[in-house]
Structure formats: C-alpha cells, structure tokens
Design a protein. Structure first.
Lengths: 228, 622
C-alpha cells in the first residue's frame, strides 16, 4: 500500500448496528470522510484526485457484524496513537467504533497480504430441540466429509462449484435456549475466502436442520494476521 | 431497529437506505419536544438525500428546542414487499418509529411522477388516504416543494400545502401547532393555518365546473385569502443554512457538499417553471459563502463542494468566490464543481480552472435546434455562443460533451428537429477540426419532450401529440447516425403522464389513487413505469388524459392553479407568451431593463445581488 516512508498506524475497530449495512465500497468512502473530518495530518495521494491513504485487512460482507476489524492509515508526520484514537473516534458514524490504535513499521507488508483466517460467531434459531451430544455428532459428521462443494455465483451470471472443506479450519458449537451458536474459523484473504453464510448453509443442509431464518445473526469476531 | 431487521435487510437491495445512523443526524428525546415532524421524500433514499431542501428543513426544525424532525423515504419495491408481508409500518430512519406516531408528516413534491409514491407512503404508514377521513389522532399531512405550485391533483390527500420557500413558514406553522394542540381540533387548526401567508388548505376552497371547464375557485370562509401567495426568503445572505448536513454512508446521487450560492433566476426561459417560481434572484455574499464552505468541509469530510443555484455562472462575482474558495480549501484538498454552466466561453474558462479532471463531461443546454425556436423559448443563446463555448471546452481538453434539447416545443417545425442534428454535427466537427482524436470525440445528444408547466408563459400551450414526438425521435435517430453522436431520448409516454399531472385539477385525484391501487410506483423510474396501468386507471376513473395534456387554454380561461400566486403577474406571462409567438426575446432584468414581471412590486423587494449591484455582467444576452 501507499507511500513508503510515511508513518503508518494500525487501527482495530468494530462495525455493528446501522454500520453493518455499509458495503465495502461505501466503507472506503466513509473512512475517506472520517479522515477528512478528524483533525489529523492525513497523507494524501498525488495526482488529479488526491485521496487519503488507508487500507483494510479483509472486506466484510454487507449485513455481517465485525468485532475486530483492521485498518491501516498513513500520516504526513508522527502523532501519538492516543491522539489518533480520540480524533478519529469522535467523528465516526453510528455503529463504527474504534478500539485500539498503534504505530506499525513504515515498511510493514500490506494488511491484505497477511490475513490468514477469520473467526465468525453464527447464531441460528432452531425449529426443533437439539442437545449438545447430537450437535457434536452433527459437527463431526460435517467435518468428516472429504469435500464440501458449494455453488458460488461467478461473473456473467455463471455459477462455479467450489470445495470449501479445506478452508474450514475449525468448527465448534453450543446450544443455548434453542439457539444454535456456531464458531467457525474460516480461510480468509487474498488467496480465497470461505464465506460464513455458505459454510452455515452447507452445515444445516448436511444435517437437515430446520431453522428460523429471521433469527440468523453473523458476526466476525476476529481476523488473524500472519505477522513475522 | 425494526423487528427482524437484520433478516429483512439482508434480503433487500441497498439495505443502508433503511437503517439511518449517518454522520450528523439529529436524534432527540421524544418526551422533550412539543411537536414531532416526519419529513417524507417520495422517492429513494439516494434521490431524497441529494435534495438540499431536505437538509435545510431538517436544520430549520431541529435547531428548535421544542421540535424534532426525522426522515423517511419511499421504500423500494423489494422493501415494500417485505414490509407488507410482515406488517411493518412505514418508519422513520432516526428513531425507527412508525410514521403514524408523529404529529406532522411533511412531503416534498419535487416531481409529478412521485405522486403515486406519496399515496403509497400514506398507505404504508397505515393512514387513511383521504384528508377528510383523517382525524386528530392521525398525523397532519402537509406538502410543499415546486410541484405544490399546482397542488390540485393531490388536494384530496393532503391537509395543507406550503407554497414557496419553507425556511420561515415552516416555523410559523410549528408555532401555531404548539399553540393550538391542546385547545383546538384539526379543523380549527386548519382554518387558523390558512391565515398564515403561503399556506393553502385545499378543502377550504370550492372548485365548481361548467362544461368540463373550471368555473370558479372560491374560498369557503370569508377570512381566508382568495389566492395564496408563495413565501420568499428575504435577506438571503442571512437565511438559515445547514452547516452540518447529514453525510450518508451509502453513495447518493449528489454525493458532495451542496453550497447554495444564489436562489432564483431571471433569464426568463419560457418553458422553465423554476425560473418563475423562485424569483427574485438572491445571492449570498462571498464572505458568507467562504465561511459556510469552511464549516461544511470541516463538518462533513466531503472532498468536493458543488456551488449550486439555477445558473451558477450567473452569480455576479463567481470568479472572486471561486478563487477565494480555492485558496481557502487548498490544504484540505477539497475540489469545487459547478453543476449548472452557461453556454459561454467565460463559463468554460471557469470550469477549466476548477475541474481537476476532464473525465466528467460538460453539458450544454441550447434546448432548441434553430435560432428562431431558441428565441421563441427565450433561451437567448446563439449558435456562435455555443460554438465559441465548445471550442473553449475542446481547447481545454474535454473530448466528450453533452447537448441537451427539447422536442415538442410550441411552434416547432421539421426544420427545428433537423436543426438539432445540424447543430450537434457542427459541435462534433468543431472538436474534430481542433484535433480531438476521432476515437475519443463524443457528443451526446440528449432529447426530452416538452412538458407545459403551470405558472410559465407556456402554461396555456398543449403538449405535442405522442405520434408527433415519436416520429420526431425517429427522425433524430435516423439522422444522428454518426458513431460519435450518441442519441439519448426519454420515453414520451412518461412525459405525457407528467403533463397530465402537471396540468391536472382536483378531478385527477381519483385517477392517481386508482393508478396506485393498480400497482403504479416509482413512475419516474423506467424499470417501474407502467403505461398500461396508467391507461387503465384513466379508463376506470372516466378521465380523458388527452383533455389535460393536449388542452390549449385561452388567456381568459380559469386555470386549475389560478388561486396559487407566484408573484409573477398573469399580464407578464401573457405578454411573454405573445412575444414567444413572434419569436421575440426578452432580456434578463439584471441587464438593466425591467420586463415587468411584477414580482418586486408584489413583495416590496428587489433582487439581492452582492454589493448591491443591480446589473450583473451578462455576456450572452443578445
């Protein structure tokens, strides 16, 4: 990303409430404006249409909450991270919330290139009662499959078949008041990602579980970066 | 948020339209205010949020301690379906509360083709559609905006209309509401409100007909005015202006700061309703503009400021202001754009200076293809003006230009249609002769159909017949065959319905309701417009649409909107109509000669031009 030699800061933020429905493209626009509103020495790109220099770790699908999302931003000069935290934190639209800011080396690899996997918490309302023992069997039987093929829309209206099994790194679950809570660790990053929705549908389909779709809720709880 | 929100929002397109939470929204405690207003925009979020009027009234109401305003937009087709299936009533964005919980529901009418959406929103809110079926337990339904200047087609659905600019009258209305809410019923309130200048309560006026013609429009009570005169914001430089407007998180149509530099235009184009209803011209001072721009840039974070007015380059010291703004905003990397450019070299020089890239094409509006017809519509632009302007644009590096024309204008002949082709070709040839590479040179010719609008010199004129418009379009399509000339046209069927509503009277209300009940929504959107349903609605309600769109009125006829007064005299409109018929131009009053539109005398005011100058420098008046 961006320009070498400019101080770089990493931000951990959450995206929930109305901000869940900001698409990735709109989130870029939104942060562009957040940075302009914040009283900080933002660095701008050169060229006809200067824009501030920042980048994300991994796009989040519209409608999914994010508890710990990363953003890198470059400034013209160094600023204490606490100051950035306050300046940016006070100009965010509802649902975006800054949790932490720290400085990273100017030459750190781009955020996008170091994402390995993400963890999701998926809540689903069950139509029928399910006990913990049965759930464990469902999970084991699901993961034991040699391949899990899902259909994904490709360009020009075509449909692609993809095996997501290798990208499901871990799957755990529990039942609480007839709500199934699944924890998924899914491959994420520039070399391909598994979407939580497709993993969920595949799991429910494999085990013929009936759910109340209205109560489904997905949150990305963690994005894992490979840092050397 | 609404119950089951996540689920529903994950099923609809652009869910950000319905969630609120944008930067700079105002969310007040409902218990702390005396009156709660829902501002309803009867089109999509992206269109509505681009409307400066919304931001202005949001600021006017929310800066009062005793009132709150929240927003609601027309849900798109997919969202309407979800809402109806789940019985979710129309709700506001700020508090996500049902619209029926508000005291006042205020619609803005920007375009006739949103009228079925107004009815649909009343229905989605769970309100009785007809004003006479609603009581004190329902919100008061009010409407304003340019289309309120012919309020009659919607008069059965709306309790009161606000005619003209809302900055002052809206607050007066809220004062009255608060004063009377404990001690008067709905009817008493409406009678009292009708005494506020600019307020029109349709059911207090009786319309009688004779042989299909309107015979009389008469107030039912002695104490209310025979004609309702529009409101005008005076002392425009000091008028309330939102310096912390809402910044959407999703992309909207005009996704930038809108800084209104002036209001009104006295060029006097004879087809243009905005030019008549927003008189007089009032400018803001450069000092005010620079200070507002600074605040807006800081509070919104937008990287672009658009200087808006009906004709931005007519602002009397536009050069000074642009340069001051460029200096002021330089370190913020904020760019400036001018959305409305005049056809002259001066404007191009200005555009050249401020536009960082040449990607966005430049648009010119000669409106008609021959000098005679341009004189008839008082467009006061010559072919030489246009060619000088486009030369300047090509020289400055633009290679794609857009020309905007109308067809079906009064007195139009075949040679005028051919004139569009000749003029467009000349513009293209100019570009090629100046060295624009043939592969890159592009002239887009956008042609719409003339719709006669109320309160203009052409209000008496019929719309051209559908057959004529279709054949004119065909001719244009046939003649504009060069690859570099791209022809765009509008569906004349939509323009026909627009003309029917624009010239409609009270009898049309039942047709609008029928069209809505048959399923008409978002009629201004080509993917939604359904002519078959409209024709069916006309048939079922016994209305001949041709008798509205194609009617040629006589000067003595009583027009459906004659009790709404813009301050521009009928005498002037008649004189302008007559001059049009003999292709005589009338210069802008800012050039020194008052053409006697009557407005200044009516309102005891004068154009507010910066520095008190009465005469602006106008380059292209013949």
């Amino acid at each position: 990303m961006g320009v070498e030699g400019l101080p770089r800061y990493r931000m951990l933020y959450s995206k929930d409430g109305p901000a869940r429905f900001i698409s990735h493209l709109d989130l870029v626009r939104t942060f562009e404006r957040v940075i302009r509103r914040a009283d900080i020495p933002a660095a701008f790109s050169t060229g006809f249409n200067p824009h501030s220099i920042f980048s994300f770790a991994a796009p989040l699908q519209v409608g999914i909450g994010g508890e710990s999302e990363y953003l890198d931003i470059q400034l013209k000069n160094e600023v204490p991270p606490e100051e950035l935290y306050t300046s940016i934190g006070s100009v965010l639209p509802e649902g975006l919330c800054i949790k932490e800011v720290w400085q990273v080396p100017d030459d750190s690899p781009a955020l996008m290139s170091v994402v390995e996997w993400a963890e999701y918490k998926v809540k689903v309302g069950l139509e029928e009662k399910l006990n913990a023992g049965a759930l464990e069997e469902y999970i084991n039987s699901f993961l034991k499959q040699p391949g899990i093929v899902v259909r994904r829309k490709a360009k020009k209206g075509r449909v692609k078949n993809i095996d997501i099994r290798p990208g499901i790194y871990d799957l755990g679950g529990l039942i609480k008041d007839n709500i199934l809570i699944l924890q998924m660790k899914l491959k994420t990053g520039s070399n391909g990602s598994v979407r939580p929705g497709e993993a969920l549908d595949a799991f429910l389909g494999h085990n013929s579980l009936a759910v109340k779709p209205v109560e489904t809720d997905i949150v990305r709880t963690r994005v894992f970066l490979r840092l050397t | 948020m609404i119950p089951g929100a996540n689920f529903i929002l994950n099923r609809v397109q652009k869910p950000a339209r319905y969630v609120g939470g944008e930067w700079n929204i105002v969310r007040k405690n409902w218990e702390s205010v005396s009156v709660k207003v829902a501002f309803a925009f009867p089109d999509t979020y992206e269109v509505g949020m681009s409307c400066l009027g919304l931001q202005i009234l949001y600021c006017v109401v929310n800066s009062r301690r005793d009132a709150l305003m929240e927003r609601v937009f027309a849900p798109w087709i997919d969202m309407e379906k979800e809402m109806r299936e789940r019985r979710i009533p129309l709700f506001s964005l700020e508090s996500q509360k049902p619209v029926s919980d508000f005291d006042i529901l205020a619609f803005t009418l920007q375009y006739e083709m949103t009228f079925t959406n107004v009815i649909n929103m009343l229905d989605l809110a769970g309100l009785p559609l007809h004003a006479d079926q609603r009581t004190g337990k329902h919100p008061l339904v009010i409407a304003g905006g340019p289309c309120a200047f012919n309020p009659e087609p919607l008069s059965g659905f709306v309790d009161l209309f606000v005619i003209g600019e809302g900055e002052e009258v809206f607050s007066e209305l809220l004062d009255l509401w608060i004063d009377l809410k404990e001690r008067a019923n709905r009817e008493r309130f409406l009678v009292e409100a009708s005494r506020i200048p600019g307020v029109y309560v349709p059911h207090l006026y009786e319309v009688s007909y004779q042989d299909e013609k309107i015979k009389l429009i008469k107030p039912q009570l002695e104490e209310i005015p025979v004609a309702v005169t529009k409101r005008v914001a005076r002392n425009f430089d000091r008028v309330i202006f939102p310096d912390s407007p809402i910044v959407p998180t999703t992309e909207i149509i005009h996704d930038r700061i809108m800084l209104e530099i002036a209001r009104g235009c006295t060029r006097g184009c004879r087809f243009c309703q905005a030019g008549m209803i927003y008189r007089p011209v009032r400018e803001k001072s450069p000092v005010t503009l620079v200070s507002q721009a600074r605040k807006l840039a800081a509070s919104t974070g937008y990287g672009e400021i658009s200087l808006t007015s009906l004709s931005a380059s007519d602002y009397s010291c536009i050069n000074d202001v642009v340069h001051q703004l460029l200096d002021e905003l330089q370190d913020k990397k904020t760019s400036i754009s001018l959305p409305s450019l005049r056809v002259d070299a001066f404007s191009i020089d200005l555009a050249k200076e401020i536009q960082r890239t040449r990607r966005a094409g430049l648009t010119f509006a000669p409106e008609a293809g021959t000098q005679r017809l341009r004189d008839t519509i008082n467009k006061g632009v010559t072919e030489e003006d246009l060619l000088t302007a486009v030369s300047a644009a090509f020289a400055a590096g633009w290679s794609a230009l857009k020309l905007y024309f109308m067809i079906g204008l009064p007195t139009e002949k075949m040679e005028d249609i051919e004139g569009i082709v000749l003029l467009s070709r000349r513009v293209l040839e100019k570009g090629l002769s100046m060295g624009v590479p043939p592969g890159r040179a592009k002239v887009t010719v956008s042609v719409s159909s003339f719709v006669p609008k109320s309160h203009t010199p052409f209000q008496w004129e019929p719309q051209a017949a559908q057959d004529y418009l279709l054949s004119a379009q065909k001719t244009l399509k046939r003649l504009l065959k060069e690859k570099s000339l791209v022809f765009h046209w509008h569906d004349p069927k939509v323009s026909f319905i627009e003309a029917v509503i624009a010239r409609g009277d009270r009898r049309l209300g039942k047709t609008l309701e029928k069209a809505w009940s048959l399923g008409c929504r978002f009629d201004g959107w080509s993917e939604c417009f359904n002519d078959y349903l409209w024709q069916k609605a006309f048939k079922l309600t016994g209305i001949e649409p041709e008798s509205y769109a194609y009617k040629k009125y006589a000067y003595e006829d009583l027009l459906p909107w004659d009790h709404i007064h813009t301050g521009v005299s009928k005498k002037y409109l008649i004189r302008e109509h007559q001059r049009a018929m003999s292709a005589e131009v009338t210069p802008d009053c800012r050039a020194g000669n008052c053409p006697g539109c009557g407005l200044c005398a009516e309102f005891h005011m004068e154009p507010e031009l910066y520095g008190g100058r009465r005469i602006a420098k106008i380059q292209d008046v013949v």
